[in-house]
Design a protein around this ligand. Sequence first.
Ligand SMILES: *Cc1c(COP(=O)(O)O)cnc(C)c1O
Length: 364
Amino acid sequence: MQAYNRIWNFNPGPAALPLEVLEQIHKDWFNHQGAGMNVMEMSHRGKEYEAIHNRTVALVKQLLGLGDDYHILFLQGGASLQFAMLPLNFLVEGKIADYLYVGDWSKKAIKEAKIIGKVNLAFDGEETKFIRLPRQGDLKLTRGAAYVHITSNETIKGTEFFTFPDTDDVPLVADMSSDILSHRFDAKLFSLIYAGAQKNLGPSGVTLVIIKDKFLQSARDGLPTMLSYKTHVAENSLYNTPPTFAIYIMNLVMQWIVDKGGLEGIERANRAKAATLYDYIDSSDGYYKGTVVKDSRSWMNACLRLPNEELEDKFIKEAKAAGFIGLKGHRSVGGVRVSMYNAVPLDAIKDLVGFMKEFKAKNG
Ligand SMILES: *Cc1c(COP(=O)(O)O)cnc(C)c1O
């Protein structure tokens, strides 16, 4: 059993938070750093909150190695609002946006973009049942496209990009909701990145958006104020009341990443977690089977099947009784999904693999 009688939490999102972060929130609860109040009670225009807000912006830039040519925004409406805000701002009349269709979340992004403008599917993963990500040669990119959109980690199918498409001079955009800050990558390749916070960054209610200034300059004018990226950049995400408490927690989570050795340290931990789980799956004589091809496997969401659905139901039920929750695959794919975001420690994976071995021995 873990501290405070907590259980191993493999929820796909909202998901586990680092225990150290929860403890810090607990400490700050009645009186945040001498302010005499909880962060929730502070004015978003006061100097105490402003310091938290600006420190969070600085931490994002520090962790991703970004300079003043990038803007950091904290918006609301989830990644799902970004599906619409992105084309509203950039998919202007006469332009086409390229989308890589690699799973359920890219499907939703494509649906919104089609409401607003013209979309080209630069890759259609449906043909291979989403079990692998495209290589550069598979892409049908449009010259002069408004942008190319990828979903860096498909949370439901369990695929993850570790190298990104070469789009020449067309701006590259990514939905990184389920793998942001989980390994090192070159953030400067991207003109825009967005991520709902509730998987790797903090609680639900805040969405991180990172925009390159050059791309922002090409955004359309005349949009409703709240739907324009330019508004939020001009006002440092303080045009209206931002989700202050969620941003405060995001600040703590990013400080926790720094304390773990930054992206390099986090990557080392995530690599070890993924290797521990997948190596066992691959050595289970086919009892547990990964659902996607090896070179497309996600480090964040591992999807697997057991010999039949009855055993899968039994596995999920007995795992829950043994203190492992959140393992049911998404209803659209079935099976088992192990979500192991940054805050899930290696010990949780080791214990789960122990449970998987026992389960196989009893039900093999
Ligand atoms: C969870 C998730 C979303 C949805 O995010 P909301 O904040 O609920 O809108 C979008 N994209 C990906 C890749 C996700 O994992």
